[in-house]
Design a binder for this molecule. Sequence first.
Ligand code: 5GP
Length: 194
Amino acid sequence: MEQLKNKIMHEGKVLSDTVLKVDSFLNHQIDPELMQEIGKEFAERFRTSNITKILSIESSGIAPAVMAGLYLGVPVIFARKRKSLTLTDRLYSSSVYSFTKKETNEISVSKDFLVKEDVVLLIDDFLANGQAVHGLVNIIEQAEAQLAGVGIVIEKGFQSGGTEIRDKGIRVESLAIVRSLENGEVIFQEEEGN
Ligand code: 5GP
């Protein structure tokens, strides 16, 4: 997606050979117009998949997920990283190790919102080693729902998550795939998605 790649080129900050900071439009401040285009693009790519629900994870997956939900006309659920007092024992949960925070979070989704009749599209901001996606896939399995695919805003193609998830036969659509962050420079992969 050209508009996204341009934004990354102009505003992305390479923090190391493995970490890209995009807090001016995705991870802290949010660019609503770009999110709208991202939502439209995910909706177009999964238009024929009969999605009934989108599942994301707090906090940075929420903005692109909501926009995709708007264009697909389906509700959006986000997995919570902390158990709130209002969430009781009717929960699906899974453990997710955070690549950026170097800590393990227990993520949870209420059984009220994910049922076995659901066809689910997963959406997240980044795909690195695939821990977040694996945790969300595990929750979908617990619910016995169907996984239609995974929509990622920025995939880091040099980390293992994308290959591992595609090797399981799961459809992954990434709107920008970064091939390298070496020498402080963002290099994109030519082919997107699969
Ligand atoms: P994974 O679970 O695939 O290893 O990592 C994905 C999660 O880690 C994303 O939800 C995102 O929050 C965070 N993440 C991983 N790599 C980066 C990165 O380079 N930049 C930012 N801003 N977040 C990242």
